[in-house]
Design a protein around this ligand. Structure first.
Ligand code: HPA
Length: 270
C-alpha cells in the first residue's frame, strides 16, 4: 500500500506541481463546490495511477486542484462507496494520497437520514462523532507504521476547533446548523423502520453509507478532520415510505448553497 500511495503521489506532484493544504470530499450536498474553487488542474480518476476504477458508467470522478482565496485545496469530485463493491482499502486510498501531496485538514460531506426529532429534511448537521457499523474496518490487517499507529486514538475524530469555527460562521451568516452523531452503515438499502430505530437507540442522530472509513483513515494519519451532513430524509414511521434516491438528491441540492458557503468560509477563515 505504501508503495502504491507514493507512486500515485509522485505522479500527481509531477503533473500538478501543487501542494494543497485542504482536502475536501464532495458528497451529495456539496457537489457544486468546485464552482467556488479557482481551478488550476483537474485530474480524472481514470488517469491517476492506482486509483480505483469507477463502477458507474459515465461517472464523473476527478481530483480538482485549485485555490479558495489564498488557501490551496484539492477536492474529490465523486467518492468511492463500500456498497459499490470496493474494498475498504480502495474506498480510503484517495485519503492516503491526499495526505502525501500535502493535505493536513480534511473536510468530508455527505447526505444522511435523520432520526433526531429536531431534524427536518434539509437540516445541516455538523458531525461531532460517529459510530462505525460498517462490516469491514479500513485498518484491519498488518499495520504500516509509516502511515500511523496500530491502535488509533478516536477521542476527537472531528476537530472541535473546526466545529467551533463553523458554528461562528453559521451564526454570523444566519444559517442554522445542528450537531449530530453519524452512524455509518454499508447500504445500499435505505434503513427499515426498525433499523432507523436501532440507529436512534444506539445514540446516533443520522445514518449514511460513507464518511466513516475515510475519517478513520484520515485520523490514522493525523489529519485534522471535519464532517458535515445534509439530512435528506427522516427515518420515522410517518416519513419512511417516501425515501427515494431522487428525493435524497433533491433535498441535498436545496441545502447546497448554504453548505457551500459554510465550507468556503471555513477554509478561508480557519
Ligand atoms: N440512510 C442511509 N443513507 C442515506 C440516507 C438514509 O436514510 N439518506 C441519504 N443517505
Amino acid at each position: 500500500m505504501w508503495e502504491l500511495v507514493q507512486e500515485t503521489v509522485n505522479y500527481i506532484k509531477k503533473t500538478t506541481n501543487f501542494t494543497p493544504e485542504y482536502g475536501v470530499i464532495l458528497g451529495s450536498g456539496l457537489g457544486s463546490f468546485t464552482n467556488d474553487i479557482k481551478v488550476e488542474y483537474t485530474l480524472p480518476y481514470n488517469e491517476i495511477p492506482n486509483f480505483p476504477v469507477s463502477t458507474v458508467e459515465g461517472h464523473k470522478g476527478a481530483l480538482v486542484f485549485g485555490t479558495i482565496g489564498d488557501k490551496k485545496v484539492v477536492a474529490m469530485q465523486g467518492r468511492f462507496h463500500y456498497y459499490e463493491g470496493y474494498s475498504m482499502q480502495e474506498v480510503t486510498f484517495p485519503v492516503r494520497v491526499m495526505k502525501y501531496i500535502g493535505v493536513n485538514k480534511l473536510i468530508v460531506s455527505n447526505a444522511s437520514g435523520g432520526v433526531n426529532p429536531n431534524y427536518k429534511v434539509g437540516s445541516i448537521v455538523v458531525i461531532n462523532d460517529h459510530v462505525n457499523m460498517m462490516p469491514e474496518h479500513p485498518l484491519r490487517g498488518k499495520n504500516d507504521e509509516r502511515f500511523g499507529p496500530r491502535f488509533v486514538n478516536m477521542s476527537e475524530p472531528y476537530s472541535t476547533k473546526m466545529i467551533a469555527k463553523i458554528k461562528e460562521i453559521a451564526a454570523s451568516s444566519d444559517i442554522e446548523v445542528l450537531d449530530g452523531v453519524y452512524m455509518g452503515l454499508q447500504g445500499p438499502t435505505f434503513e427499515t423502520l426498525h433499523e432507523y430505530k436501532m440507529v436512534k437507540t444506539i445514540g446516533a442522530d443520522c445514518v449514511g453509507m460513507s464518511t466513516v472509513p475515510e475519517v478513520i483513515v484520515a485520523r490514522h494519519m493525523e489529519l485534522e478532520t471535519f464532517g458535515i451532513s445534509v439530512i435528506t430524509d427522516i427515518g420515522s414511521e410517518e416519513h419512511l415510505e417516501s425515501i427515494t434516491h431522487e428525493e435524497v438528491l433533491k433535498a441535498a441540492q436545496e441545502a447546497e448553497p448554504h453548505v457551500r458557503h459554510l465550507i468556503k468560509e471555513l477554509i478561508l477563515q480557519y
